[in-house]
Design a protein around this ligand. Structure first.
Ligand code: FMN
Length: 341
C-alpha cells in the first residue's frame, strides 16, 4: 500500500500530473472517473495567493468527489510560501505539493519552480519551514536537476525526506531540457533504489501507453506513475493502464458514445465552473483531442469551436454520436495521437 501521511493510495497509484491551463476541475472530473488515483491542481503562485489574485484563488477550488487532491504551489520567497501554506490549508486538500520543476523563464527567474534547483540550500531551508508550518503532508515535484552537470536529484530526494517531505514526483528531464528529447528514468530509479529512501517516489515523463507504464514500473521500481500530456484528450489512459497491469491485455478503446459522454461531462463542468461564456471558450481546445483519429471530422470540429451557444454545442455532439455510432478506433496508440494534437 502506498501511503502519504494518512492517505492510502492503493498498490500502484496512477497520478494525474499538475498542468497549467489543463488540470482544472472539469478536466479532473473526467480523469477521476477513469482511474486517476491522485490528482493535482494547476500550479498556483504563492505571491498571487497572498495578494488574493482572482486567478490564483480560483485554482484552490476542489470538490469532494475528486479526492484525493493535492494543491500545488510555487514561489521563491520564503514568507510568501509560508503564508501560501496557511491559505492552501484552509482549502483543505489532502496534501500540499511544491513545484520545484517548472522550467518557464518567468518562473525560474524569480528562483521559483526549477529555478530553486540552482540553490539547493535555500530550497531545503524554505521547504523545511513549510513542512513545519503545514498541518497537511507536504510533497515535492521536481526534475533531475538544473542541467546535465547538476543532476542532483538523488541527493535532493534524500535531503527532502530528511526534512519531512512525504512523497516526491520526479520528471525525468533537467530544466535545460525543458520538454525536449526523451525523459530519462535512470535517475528516478536510482532515487527509488537508494536504500535510505522510505517515502513514495513517483516517476514522471513520457508515459503514454500501458506498455510503457509497465516497463517503467518493472525497470525502475517506482511506487506509482504520474501522467500528464497523454491524458489530455485521452483520460481513459488511466483505466487502460490499470486493466493492462491486471490482465496483460488491452482494454478496448472508448467508442463514440463514451467519448461523447465524457466530453459532455467535461463540457457541463466547464460551464458550471467557469460560467457559460468562458466555459464554452475554454472547451474549444479539447474537442479535437477527444475525437483524434476520426475521419472527416474537420467540419464537426469547426462547428464545435465556432458555436457560442451551449444548446447548439450539445446538439452537435449528439449529431457526432449518431454519425459515428460504434466507430472503432484506428490502429495505433490513441494516447500518442492525443499528444501530437
Ligand atoms: C500544458 C502543461 C502544463 C504544465 N503545468 C505544470 C504545472 O502547473 N505544474 C507542474 O508541476 N508541472 C506542469 N507541467 C509538467 C507536467 O506536470 C509533467 O511533469 C510533464 O508534462 C511530463 O509528464 P508527461 O510526459 O506525462 O506529460 C505541465 C506540462 C504541460 C504539458
Amino acid at each position: 500500500m502506498v501511503r502519504i501521511g494518512p492517505l492510502e493510495l492503493g498498490e500502484f497509484p496512477l497520478l494525474l500530473a499538475p498542468m497549467e491551463d489543463v488540470s482544472d476541475p472539469p478536466f479532473r472530473a473526467v480523469c477521476h472517473r477513469n482511474g486517476a488515483d491522485l490528482m493535482y491542481t494547476e500550479f498556483i503562485s504563492s505571491e498571487g495567493l497572498i495578494r488574493d489574485a482572482h486567478k490564483s484563488v480560483q485554482k484552490l477550488d476542489i470538490y469532494d468527489d475528486e479526492r484525493p487532491m493535492g494543491i500545488q504551489i510555487f514561489g521563491g520567497e520564503r514568507e510568501a510560501m509560508l503564508q501560501a501554506v496557511d491559505r492552501v490549508a484552509q482549502a483543505a486538500p489532502n496534501l500540499i505539493d511544491i513545484n520545484y520543476g517548472c522550467p518557464v523563464k518567468q518562473v525560474v527567474c524569480k528562483e521559483a519552480g526549477s529555478g530553486m534547483l540552482r540553490n539547493l540550500p535555500k530550497l531545503l531551508s524554505i521547504t523545511a519551514d513549510m513542512v513545519r508550518r503545514s498541518p497537511l503532508p507536504i510533497t515535492v515535484k521536481t526534475r533531475l536537476g538544473w542541467d546535465e552537470d547538476s543532476k542532483h536529484v538523488v541527493y535532493l530526494a534524500e535531503a527532502l525526506q530528511d526534512i519531512g517531505v512525504q512523497a516526491i514526483a520526479i520528471h525525468g528531464r533537467t530544466r535545460v531540457q525543458m520538454y525536449k528529447g526523451q525523459a530519462d528514468w535512470t535517475l528516478i530509479g536510482a532515487v527509488k533504489n537508494n536504500p535510505r529512501m522510505q517515502i513514495p517516489i513517483f516517476g514522471n515523463g513520457d508515459v503514454d501507453s500501458p506498455e510503457k507504464a509497465l516497463a517503467n514500473r518493472n525497470r525502475y521500481g517506482v511506487d506509482g506513475i504520474m501522467i500528464g500530456r497523454a491524458a489530455i484528450g485521452y483520460p481513459w489512459i488511466f483505466r487502460e493502464i490499470k486493466h493492462f497491469f491486471q490482465t496483460g491485455v488491452h482494454l478496448d478503446p472508448p467508442d463514440t458514445a463514451e467519448r461523447i459522454r465524457t466530453c459532455l461531462i467535461h463540457f457541463e463542468r466547464s460551464l458550471q465552473w467557469k460560467g457559460e461564456k468562458l466555459g464554452i471558450l475554454e472547451m474549444r481546445r479539447h474537442y479535437a483531442p477527444y475525437f483524434k483519429g476520426y475521419p472527416d471530422f474537420k467540419e464537426y470540429r469547426m462547428r464545435l469551436v465556432q458555436s457560442p451557444d451551449s444548446h447548439e454545442i450539445r446538439a452537435i455532439l449528439n449529431e457526432i454520436d449518431q454519425q459515428y455510432a460504434g466507430f472503432p478506433l484506428q490502429a495505433g496508440n490513441p494516447a500518442e495521437q492525443a499528444i501530437e494534437n
